[in-house]
Design a protein around this ligand. Structure first.
Ligand SMILES: Nc1ncnc2c1ncn2[C@@H]1O[C@H](COP(=O)(O)OP(=O)(O)OP(=O)(O)O)[C@@H](O)[C@H]1O
Ligand SMILES: [Mg+2]
Length: 364
């Protein structure tokens, strides 16, 4: 319907089609980001909604500003109201493993070596995605050495009598076999049991209760263990991120992890370098204890993306030990911001993966 000023919906869409999504390499109108019924024109005003594929979109603010500018340039328009929204789509359910009901995208956190900070990265990335407004779950798939209870401040064994349940903590839903273990008792499981343990954590828990999850983050055990293999066969994984530290940089080890996921048709989103440099808690000065560029060079050599660096900072360790991760306790800190930036990259990659998976059959 035309308005008194003569601006039409077609003109609005045509103006907005000048905005490109940098990851999907198409304009936002062609991508279907503008619901037509969201466009309202009248009295020199335009209201419109842009529905992104993730609330953690790295260019969300730029897109909003660009849309405002383009719409204000239309004849007779004095006010624009651009609402940014997001609807996370489902990845990976097209072929292969059975999807987990109520889970739109699974993101796995793996590593070539133990102790490089997988759990720290998994927990903080989950919280960072949550802070952007996504609904997020965290599954501790490190069934023989669960770290998630401590990191979320949930007493080990607190569900020993009630049975395993998903808990809500800091706005995310989390589960760990550590909730039902007796403190200090090691879990001695053989391969097949580990596999069925991971399967049950994925498929036998009511993840959909409380609404669908946009992202379920899996904290995997180190290396190419049974649990990692099971996770990759038991559920469609949107992508894996591999964590390394500068002193654990080993192309050989990382290659094993990357090759395993690729063989299992699990996309590798890229490499995160943790404990990458020392950020002085007093003055913020950055010291590259292990030199620079090792992990980036390794990502290059492996042919995968480098997703970013997390500094070595005592607040990260303190947050992990106290059960209040740094993204929760100090979200504006540079370390938390580093996690947020990586979370945005991962969210963008998840969206891209979805589009390519969806487009493939159509263009074939
Ligand atoms: N960026 C960081 N700055 C300071 N300490 C860190 C950082 N990342 C992790 N740590 C600390 O390093 C230790 C190992 O981290 P974490 O438990 O996350 O590693 P992991 O790879 O999950 O280990 P595992 O292989 O045993 O599961 C923990 O004490 C954690 O608090
Ligand atoms: Mg761990």
């Amino acid at each position: 319907m035309a308005d008194p000023d003569g601006v039409t919906k077609e003109q609005v869409l045509s103006a907005l089609s000048q905005i490109q999504d940098p990851d999907l390499h198409q304009d936002i109108v062609a991508l279907g980001f503008i619901p037509e019924d969201s466009i309202e024109i009248g009295d020199g005003q335009i209201a419109v909604k842009i529905v992104l594929t993730t609330p953690a979109c790295p260019v969300r603010d730029e897109m909003k500003a660009q849309a405002e500018e383009l719409l204000l340039a239309l004849p007779g328009i004095e006010r624009v109201d651009v609402e940014m929204d997001a609807a996370v789509r489902t990845t990976g359910a097209a072929q292969g493993p059975t999807a987990v009901p109520g889970v739109r995208n699974i993101i796995a956190v793996a590593s070539n070596k133990g102790g490089v900070g997988k759990s720290t990265v998994a927990v903080n990335l989950a919280l960072a995605l949550r802070r952007f407004g996504a609904s997020v779950g965290l599954l501790d798939a490190d069934v023989t050495g669960p770290n998630v209870p401590t990191m979320l401040g949930v007493p080990v064994g607190s569900q020993a009598d009630t049975g395993l349940q998903i808990i809500e903590r800091y706005g995310i839903r989390a589960v760990s076999l550590g909730f039902v273990l007796k403190r200090g008792l090691p879990v001695v499981w053989r391969g097949p049991m580990i596999g069925s343990g991971v399967r049950q954590l994925l498929h036998d828990l009511p993840w959909s209760e409380g609404g669908d999850l946009d992202y379920l983050v899996l904290d995997l055990p180190p290396g190419t263990s049974d649990a990692s293999m099971s996770a990759a066969t038991e559920a469609p994984i949107a992508g894996t991120i591999v964590v390394t530290t500068p002193n654990a940089v080993s192309v050989e080890d990382a290659t094993k992890a990357v090759t395993m996921f690729e063989k299992m048709n699990v996309p590798v989103f890229g490499l995160v370098e943790n404990m990458s440099y020392f950020a002085c808690p007093h003055c913020g000065e950055r010291t590259n204890i292990f030199g620079t560029g090792g992990a980036e060079a390794m990502a290059d050599e492996l042919g995968i993306d480098f997703l970013g660096s997390i500094p070595l900072h005592s607040d990260v360790r303190a947050g992990a030990d106290s059960g209040i991760p740094i993204v929760e306790s100090d979200p504006e800190s540079p370390v938390a911001q580093a996690f947020s930036a990586i979370a945005q990259r991962i969210a963008a990659k998840t969206s891209v993966q979805h589009f390519f998976a969806e487009e493939a059959p159509a263009s074939a």
